[in-house]
Design a protein around this ligand. Structure first.
Ligand SMILES: NC(=O)c1ccc[n+]([C@@H]2O[C@H](COP(=O)([O-])OP(=O)(O)OC[C@H]3O[C@@H](n4cnc5c(N)ncnc54)[C@H](OP(=O)(O)O)[C@@H]3O)[C@@H](O)[C@H]2O)c1
Length: 305
């Protein structure tokens, strides 16, 4: 049977890229949307049709949805400002995408929400994710919701271990003591592809996380052990982070949001996830262990050094 034509919104992201690769490996026609198509040459090289588009430009979403059967929404504006502030991208932009998909007769939209999304979450981004889930449910568009925990690519590597490997010091915000769950974006991508392609979809709403819990301090220590270097950790005190956030908010609401989020007390909201064993059992996936992920990043950095 002919595979469905899939639009990936957020195709250049940590999740979008492996989704496009997995879809192309299966011979699925993919339209990859980006605000900066020139930065998606690697996706074009995989055979994806790269198109210019922006969640804040409804006409571009109508063009992008024309002729596709399935859509993955895997973009976000957590760090955005100005035209690309979170309200415009994560809220209004996604509502516009759902309307465009519905009008184009899209058969199924897979929405990437976040683990912990809730109407009373202390951070607006997670309240928006919840509100957008509700809007999708009310839209009448057939859909699947993914709720992943923090991606290893960003929260383990980019914001933590990378600094230790490249600058000899990991820079954390706050004490770095909160137990957190992390998942590899590549693992989420495998489940996203199943949600996009299988008929009927194998789940309606799925929380996705990896094994175990680690604090940011423990993550830095894992890198240090693996690389055989001292675990040098800088800590921006939570109070200082909150002050910088308040000053930065008018100019850069996205940066202020991330500072505020990182400076919250450990018990402000939970980042725990205890469903990894059930995910592996029920969905036939082998989840990447954080130790393996760190080992690979350390080996890569040695290869470059
Ligand atoms: N990262 C995490 O820890 C995490 C955890 C839970 C859930 N999620 C969710 O998973 C999804 C994927 O996140 P990610 O970490 O893979 O993203 P990412 O690597 O931070 O990349 C962000 C993506 O969003 C796209 N984007 C941003 N603003 C846009 C706009 N105005 N119009 C169109 N595209 C726009 C970017 O595309 P261009 O720059 O090419 O336009 C890029 O592909 C998001 O929904 C996110 O909220 C992420």
């Amino acid at each position: 049977m002919k595979p469905p034509h899939v639009l990936v919104v957020g195709a250049t992201g940590a999740l979008g890229r492996p989704v496009v690769r997995l879809l192309r490996e299966r011979g699925v026609p993919v339209r990859a949307l980006s605000r900066h198509p020139a930065q998606a040459a690697d996706l074009a090289a995989l055979g994806a049709e790269v198109v210019a588009g922006d969640l804040t430009d409804p006409a571009s979403l109508q063009r992008a949805c024309a002729g596709v059967q399935r859509v993955l929404a895997s973009a976000h504006g957590l760090l955005g400002r100005g035209r690309w502030r979170s309200e415009a991208v994560d809220d209004a932009g996604h509502r516009a995408l759902f309307a465009a998909a519905k009008a184009a007769g899209v058969e199924r939209l897979v929405y990437t929400s976040a683990h912990g999304a809730a109407p009373d979450h202390p951070i607006d981004f997670f309240r928006t994710k919840h509100a957008v889930e509700q809007a999708l449910a009310a839209s009448g568009l057939p859909h699947v919701v993914l709720r992943p925990t923090a991606f290893m690519e960003q929260h383990v590597h980019l914001f933590n271990g990378k600094g230790l490997l490249e600058k000899g010091k990991a820079q954390l915000i706050g004490p770095g003591s909160k137990p957190r769950n992390f998942v590899a974006a590549g693992d989420v991508a495998q489940l996203a592809v199943r949600a996009l392609l299988e008929d009927p979809p194998p789940f309606k709403v799925l929380s996705i996380g990896g094994h175990g819990h680690h604090s940011n301090t423990q993550v830095a220590e894992l890198y240090a052990r693996e690389a055989g270097i001292p675990a040098r950790i800088g800590r921006l005190p939570a109070g200082v982070a909150r002050t910088i956030a308040a000053l930065a908010a008018p100019l850069h609401p996205g940066m202020a949001r991330v500072l505020r989020l990182s400076a919250l007390p450990d018990d402000a909201y939970s980042e725990r996830f205890d469903g990894a064993a059930a995910l592996e059992r029920d969905h036939g996936i082998r989840l990447t262990r954080i130790e393996q992920f760190v080992r690979e990043r350390v080996a890569e950095s040695r290869g470059r050094g």
